[in-house]
Design a protein around this ligand. Structure first.
Ligand SMILES: Cc1ncc(COP(=O)(O)O)c(C=O)c1O
Length: 354
């Protein structure tokens, strides 16, 4: 980004020299991000992050359809859940696939739910609070048979699972740069050109008429640079899985229960509930010990509401939702970090619950 900064002050839509220089950086960044998911660069809409990509994917595909129902799950990130809720107020009936006892929805349940009146299926690939992996390629196969578009929120899967849009079979896929070490405030929506997309940011004809507004060239450059290192992230997953196991086994010894552990999970997150404890109190106490954790999605932090994801995943044990601690780790996380966290947590849990 620093190397490109001097070249990127022009408006990439302008025809003058500085504009063309910025355009060259923008298109090179688009190619870099597209390559990471096996996509054609022209099918990528660069956005201001995962939230905008999810909004554009869900609202853009549904609003371009002839109305009809939207199928989703109860464990989506607010960027998708709120978009679906907006569609509901616009008259789209919404159906939610059941997520029982920590297990992602069965593709057969989706096949049963699809009808000639389905406008869109909107589902995440990896859950943001627990790391639970959903079988989106199977959902996509079911949707293809019914000729229904499927939007996939891949914000949490990029860099954790290999993604190839052709293999996946999705109709649209949302990505966020800061989940893979790029700058926050950059993202992308890939859209299969066979589906129409109604733009949601209205203005100029940028991004082939799919997103109005002057693109953030430097952010896109940073996103593409981060995408260039995805292989390193993917190769690091087994190491992180071991660190997570070490941390989880210490937390289980302290009376914790792991949330969403009944199926495959990505290695970079753990979500554990401690009965009798309040998640926000644990987060605050750990922060004082120098450990940065959360109770759920960062965008819900400060609301202090029990996690809707955990309520949906463990409906018979609703206590888990208010007592959860979510920790995530990445390439910088070392074994000594994990030892430090275990030590801090042991100290925090030895104190009376507040
Ligand atoms: C699954 C999922 N979708 C969407 C988003 C929103 O992405 P952004 O923070 O880039 O707006 C996030 C961010 O945490 C996420 O985890």
């Amino acid at each position: 980004m620093a190397a490109a900064a001097d070249d990127c002050w022009g408006n990439p839509s302008s025809v003058h020299g500085p504009g063309r220089a910025a355009r060259a950086h923008l298109e090179s960044a688009r190619r870099g991000v597209a390559e990471a998911i096996g996509a054609a660069p022209a099918d990528l809409v660069l956005t201001s992050g995962g939230t905008e990509a999810c909004n554009l994917g869900v609202l853009g595909l549904a609003r371009a359809s002839q109305g009809g129902q939207v199928i989703t799950t109860a464990i989506e990130h607010p960027a998708v859940a709120e978009s679906v809720a907006r569609l509901e107020t616009e008259g789209h009936p919404v159906l939610r696939l059941p997520v029982e006892a920590g297990v992602p929805p069965d593709p057969r349940a989706l096949a049963h739910m699809l009808s000639s009146n389905t406008a869109l299926v909107a589902i995440q690939q990896v859950n943001h609070e627990t790391g639970v992996i959903l079988p989106v390629a199977e959902y996509a196969r079911v949707c293809a048979l019914a000729a229904v578009p499927i939007f996939v929120d891949a914000t949490q899967s990029l860099g954790k699972l290999p993604i190839d849009v052709t293999d996946l079979g999705a109709s649209a896929l949302a990505l966020a740069s800061h989940k893979v070490g790029g700058p926050a405030g950059a993202g992308a929506l890939w859209v299969d050109r066979r589906w129409s997309l109604s733009p949601q940011l209205l203005g100029g004809a940028q991004e082939r008429g799919r997103r109005g507004g002057t693109p953030a060239v430097l952010s896109a450059v940073g996103f593409a640079a981060a995408c260039g290192e995805l292989d390193l992230r993917l190769a690091d997953q087994p190491r992180l899985a071991k660190l997570r196991e070490q941390l989880e086994s210490a937390m289980l010894d302290q009376g914790g229960v792991v949330n969403g552990d009944r199926g495959p999970r990505t290695a970079t997150v753990t979500n554990v509930s401690f009965r009798g404890r309040r998640g926000p109190a644990l987060v605050a106490a750990l922060d004082l010990e120098g450990v940065a954790t959360s109770t759920g999605a960062a965008c819900s932090s400060g609301l202090n509401e029990p996690s809707p994801v955990l309520l949906a995943l463990h409906p018979d044990e609703s206590w888990r939702a208010g007592a959860a601690l979510r920790m995530s780790f990445g390439p910088e996380t070392s074994e000594s970090n994990i030892e430090f966290v275990i030590h801090a947590l042991t100290s925090v849990l030895s104190r009376p619950a507040s």
